[in-house]
Write a protein of this length. Structure first.
Length: 596
């Protein structure tokens, strides 16, 4: 039997007398035994002995936001992975999307990553291109892939925008199975290949990279997670195992391959990077890593690093402030051994620290790790602890995810009521029983956050025509700058989808766009506290999370009925604190840090 993780130990310790835990624990035992799927639904979709206890009823008053598919109208024409599947692990893992304003016109542009298994043989094949869509600022996009030089052909997985050379222009890192690529923004609408000089062409199986200035020197650094040391052997095509009643080819099982070490590229400030992962303590050689994210666990001003690992314990690395990190996975209770894919960071409970949501593989429940730092817990020596408590079940996010395979995800206030909602892109890793060239589709999830009660899945209302998807990447941004957060999704082997928020929530809002002169120009790592009356929201500027994807770096705050924010406190990456009072809502406010 598979050993219980920290979450299950806590459940046993504190809530064993409760009936739901008996059912859940029994499920874990059965799963470890290799028996058939114990969660087979009844005809009405219920799961005996579990759903009736843990299900949530959605009523019409919870229909607080909705989306329309504007992909065709917006001019987003993209086909992912235009090849036949061969049941190989690298083919099925991606790809991602990345929002970034590369031309500095105030509207986010969209980069879509593509995957070509035979990239070296088809550099001129337009069907295999990664594509850059420039936002025309009128609700439509222009494909500038060829003109900009971003039409890469590679085994592409993830993308992340970041201004690594501090010229005020967003550059682009693309991770791949095979050498990664770093493109430098020339400022004239074109990009130059800076990979060789930067020395970041790691030929591994690289996944969801993220930018962050971990040493606070003003030059942003790059975390590049690697998945497994995949090696294709023809004989392996005839090996398989069975999971939950389905036959799984050996070449699709991540446990069949050893984990690969991660990279941490420190920016030297002259166009070059050096890999410091080993000396910094974040190689995570035992983790099959899929996505990393930088955020400040304990609000000390130093970016910490969290890494989502598949079939291995997640990496939880606390920044010591001296160029090294402490592995606090065990003590933080946030390093569960599950099949982790996507990451979302936000202060969902508005207690002024940053929480973490993680999507997982089938039958493992997605996880919402509530950051307890603001609660003031201390260790034996009286020092405040970094501690997370997994709270998905009581908030409505556990049981509903048992049959889904979750990938990209994000916390965003879709109805501008001041509370962050949640979206998840789902899609199976199992093949269709009658067509092994296709993967099984699943519907995405859209959750409305009801204050004090948790999350309610309203996807049937939010996107009524929602199709089942083999979803992978996804990211949110207000692409049309109407004050409501939209979502882009990439479906494996098919199209990219642009969902426009129709704005039925109607709350007031404010968006902050932070900039700095000279160093760390896009203020990655800056933290903002926004107060309306006695309510405070916190957000941090990130550059990479979700799954293989990147959300907008603008900080979006719903204000509800409030016409203005009473106070905005900006903690700039260098430690400078700036305060603004009585800031009017319903605007995009660009704040440039003043030079002392």
């Amino acid at each position: 039997m598979r050993p219980l993780n920290n979450r299950h130990r806590l459940m046993i310790r504190w809530t064993l007398p409760l009936v739901p835990v008996i059912g859940i624990l029994g499920y874990v035992v059965v799963r470890g035994s290799g028996k058939p799927d114990p969660l087979a639904p009844a005809a009405d979709g219920s799961i005996a002995g579990l759903t009736s206890i843990l299900s949530r009823t959605v009523s019409s008053d919870m229909h607080r936001f909705a989306f329309e598919d504007v992909t065709a109208r917006a001019g987003i024409d993209f086909r992912h992975f235009p090849q036949a599947r061969r049941s190989l692990l690298p083919e099925d893992m991606g790809s991602g999307v990345a929002w970034g304003d590369f031309d500095n016109d105030g509207f986010p542009d969209l980069y879509l990553v593509n995957f070509a298994t035979d990239a070296g043989e088809r550099p001129d094949d337009e069907r295999a291109w990664c594509r850059l869509f420039r936002n025309r600022r009128d609700g439509t996009f222009e494909d500038v892939s060829r003109a900009s030089g971003t039409n890469l052909v590679l085994g592409g997985l993830g993308a992340a925008w970041g201004d690594f050379d501090n010229d005020g222009l967003l550059d682009l890192h693309v991770s791949a199975v095979g050498p990664n690529v770093l493109l430098r923004n020339r400022g004239d609408g074109t990009f130059a290949d800076a990979t060789a000089r930067a020395d970041v062409a790691d030929p591994s199986f690289s996944t969801g990279a993220a930018w962050g200035d971990y040493d606070l020197d003003g030059w942003i650094d790059l975390s590049v997670p690697n998945y497994v040391r995949f090696e294709y052997r023809a004989a392996d095509r005839h090996r398989s195992s069975r999971q939950y009643g389905s036959e799984i080819p050996y070449t699709l099982n991540p446990s069949a391959y050893p984990a690969a070490a991660n990279r941490l590229y420190r920016n030297l400030g002259d166009g070059r990077f050096v890999d410091t992962a080993s000396e910094a303590g974040v190689e995570n050689t035992s983790g099959r890593s899929l996505q990393s994210v930088w955020f400040d666990f304990d609000l000390d001003g130093h970016p910490d690093l969290y890494v989502a690992n598949d079939v291995s314990a997640n990496g939880v690395f606390h920044n010591a402030g001296d160029g090294t990190f402490a592995d606090i996975g065990a003590s933080s209770l946030a390093a569960d051994y599950r099949g982790a894919m996507g990451l979302a960071v936000g202060d969902f409970d508005r207690d002024e620290d940053l929480d973490l949501f993680i999507t997982h593989w089938i039958a493992q429940e997605n996880a919402l790790f509530e950051n307890m730092f603001s609660s003031g817990w201390t260790d034996a020596e009286g020092h405040r602890r970094v501690l997370f408590m997994e709270n998905s079940e009581s908030l409505g996010l556990g049981q509903i995810s048992l049959r889904a395979v979750g990938w990209a995800t994000g916390l965003a206030d879709f109805d501008n009521d001041g509370w962050q909602d949640l979206w998840i892109v789902n899609g199976h890793t199992f093949e269709e029983r009658d067509d092994h060239a296709r993967l099984r589709a699943q519907a995405p999830h859209f959750y409305w956050h009801r204050p004090g009660a948790g999350f309610y899945e309203i996807g049937a209302f939010a996107w009524p025509e929602t199709p089942a998807l083999v979803g992978r990447g996804g990211a949110h941004a207000d692409f049309d700058q109407d004050g409501f957060m939209d979502v882009a999704i990439l479906e494996h082997g098919r199209r990219a989808i642009l969902l426009r928020n129709t704005g039925i929530g109607g709350g007031n809002r404010i968006t902050l766009r932070l900039r700095q002169p000279g160093l760390n120009t896009h203020a990655i790592g800056a933290r903002v506290h926004l107060r309306c009356g006695d309510r405070t929201q916190v957000a941090q500027v990130l550059a990479g999370s979700s799954y293989l994807s990147q959300d907008t770096s603008d900080l979006h705050f719903g204000l509800g009925d409030a016409a203005f924010a009473d106070e905005i406190v900006i903690h700039w990456p260098d430690g400078t604190v700036e305060r603004r009072q009585q800031v009017a809502g319903n605007q995009v406010l660009t704040v440039m840090r003043a030079v002392p």
